[in-house]
Unconditional design. Sequence first.
Length: 159
Amino acid sequence: MGLFENTLFLICFMILAIFHSCDAQNSPQDYLAVHNNARAQVRVGPMSWDGALATKAQRYANSRRGDCNLIHSGSGENLAKGSGDFTGRSASELWVAEKPNYNYDTNKCASGKVCGHYTQVVWRTSVQLGCGRARCNNGRWFICCNYAPSGNIVGRRPY
């Protein structure tokens, strides 16, 4: 290979690496790994990826691009927004980080704390997951995950 071919190869390789890193930690496997790890900790079976739920989640994430507000549109979903390189993995980890706020004995969140994202992640009967991620006009990221069947049913325990 000549100097031109080597240079062209290096440029192509760098471009591919950049595009690959843009998708890093946003694949279905990345979302599922965090969810299924949290579920295994409480002895709940794994979830699987659902393309129709992902399409619905992506549509909703795209619809929030203009304002990036976390407006809850229904049960069976988790929403998050963040700046910088906010990934699907980091959103899922944020939801799982609510675990200490959940009291299984009372089936409630600790006073003044949020835990509903976590309980949806580990909801025993929610076995399918689909997520979407969109860049908002203000530069932040908006992430939506949909679950089926929906969880967080009032009066019921997640597991």
